[in-house]
Every structure is written in C-alpha cells, then in structure tokens.
Design a binder for this molecule. Sequence first.
Ligand code: SAM
Length: 346
Amino acid sequence: NLHELIDRLHKEHTLTKEEFITLIKERNEESASYLASLAREEAVNIYGNGVFPRGLVEFTNYCKNNCYYCGIQGSNPNANRYRLSKEEILSACENGYQLGYRSFVLQGGEDPHYTDEVMVPIVAEIRKRYPDCAITLSLGERSKESYQKLYDAGADRYLLRHEAADPELYQKLHPESLSLENRIQCLWNLKEIGYAVGTGFMVGAPYQTVENLADDLLFIKELDPQMVGIGPFVPHHDTRFKEFPSGSVELTTYLVSILRLMNPHLLLPSTTALGTIDPRGREKGILAGANVVMPNLSPVAVRKDYSLYDNKICTGEEAAECAGCLGRRLASIDYQLVFSRGDYIE
Ligand code: SAM
C-alpha cells in the first residue's frame, strides 16, 4: 500500500491530503528506505553527486518579532545582540569567495536598523564585487517595494519559510502581530518580482500534527518554490517552548525525500538543525535526497550569539574549517561539494 503511494508520488509528483497523511502516519523503515532511494536517484539524475554549499552570513541577531520558538526573539533579554557593519559583511563574503564559495546567504532577525537605505548599498556592493555569485537574502517580511529594491540592487534569491500552512498552528507558534496571511503574501510577492524563492517549516514544532504537515506539503505544491528548507524544531532554553522535545531526524529526512519526489528539481538543504540533533544528521539528509548545505561564514566572534536553538553546531570553527569538515563528511558518503552558484535547473 505504501509502496503504491510512493510510486504514484514519484510519477505524479503529488498526492491528496489524505494520502500524504497515510504516507506519513504509516511510515516504517522499509518505506523510508524505498522513498529515500528514489529521492536520491532523482537528485543525482538532475544535479549529480554534488552538493551545493551556500556561505551563510548571519549579520544581525536583533529582531522586532517574538516567534515563540526562536532564541533571538526580540523579548529575550538574555540574547547578546550584535550587528555586522557593511564592511564586516563584505569581509565575510570575501573570505567565502577566497574559499571558493559562489553563493552567499545574508540572514538575520527582522532588525529595523537594516532599512532599504542600509541594505540596498550592501547588496549592490556584493553584486559589484562578485558578479559571478548568487546573492540570497533571508530578512523576513518586508514590503513588496522593499523586495523590489533589493532585487534591483542584485539579489537573486530569497528564503522565507512559511513556518506553518495551517493558520491555527501558525498562531500557536507566533504572536498576534504576525499573520500567516502576510507571510504568504510576501512569498507570492517575491515570486512575482522574479526571485528564486525558498520556503519551508520546522519538523516536530510544538503542537504540529501529521495533518499540519500534509497542509505544509500541499502549500509547497501550490507555491512551487525553487528551494525548501526544513529542519527539526530544536528547543531554546529562553523560550516558552523550552520543555518541548526536538523534532526527529527520521521524520525530517522522510519529509526531505517526499519533497524531492514532489519536485525533483528542488534545491533542498540538509540543515544545520539536522546536524545539531544528530552528529551525522546532515549526511542523512543528503542520503534522503537533499543537495544543499549552508556552512557558516559569519565571524567566529558572533557565531554563538546567533542562537536560534540550543547546542547549535559549528559555532566555534573558522569558515575554512567548516568547508573542510563538510567536504570530508560528504566524501564519507560518496558525495562532494560543488563550488558554483548552484542555480535551480528547470
Ligand atoms: N528573520 C528571518 C525570517 O523570519 O525568515 C530569517 C531568520 S529566522 C531566525 C530563520 C529560521 O530559523 C526560521 O524560519 C525558523 O524556521 C528557524 N528557527 C527559529 N527558531 C528555531 C528553533 N527553535 N528550531 C529550529 N529552527 C528554528
């Protein structure tokens, strides 16, 4: 029965909500391994045995929002706040460029300091210095005009996880000041402007049900993004969710495989959160069909302060060490880092 569902997902790239629920609820080791083998095959057919590294610059941990799960939420008095200057961001990119990276991700909390007046010149300078690189932004919700200005300045991609496609769950994870409606509108705006768009959600978030996950998959089907980032929820000790358990590697990788079959062309990261809850989590993500990793290029002095959840890995290593470590990890499963822009293949 599960094999039949998986074969149909493989062929038709979607299932009904009820079928997704069955596929998730009734999963077992055998279905996971069948799903992963098809997912891996699809990824290798399109992208080969290569994994694209994106150099991540976590440039601010100030945030005006209060997402209940997040360690850098504005109301956490224990977060040690930092902001990187334009020069510091550029120097992180230069370090990455010298190491071979051709794809940068600037990510931060929703920090009002980085207005368009501040952000546009940063993006424009990166674009000017590195015309051969992809620039991805992950700055949260902004106006369509702002997204347009950043795009015109040279940004090509934008990551904005929808977090939860079910409005009730969304509201259990966020304060009233944040709405699912606006988040989704942002995603459509980004698409319309021409960004390559990434969305996603946490696996095993507090209160999340299998029905919720099926809704997430169907929302992703409808949005048809180029990238999907999913990682396990991991508790942070300063949040109201501190007592909730982490999501599991097993369910996260199962969903990675489902996403790969829903769209074989997807750019799918094997996330740092996955590597945090299991020392071989990122390798497991790749073997389930992921094809992107996001090593950190932020200055080591601020790494540990971008603390979204507890025990985050890779907070002590220099960028060069991270690339070396990931390269060795991938080699151990017969994959390799491919230092290119790593564009979505239509
Ligand atoms: N502020 C931007 C935004 O809202 O998209 C980008 C930064 S935000 C910290 C990046 C992602 O971190 C979120 O989309 C969320 O899914 C993830 N995240 C936050 N807290 C987490 C936690 N406790 N466990 C796992 N992932 C978490």
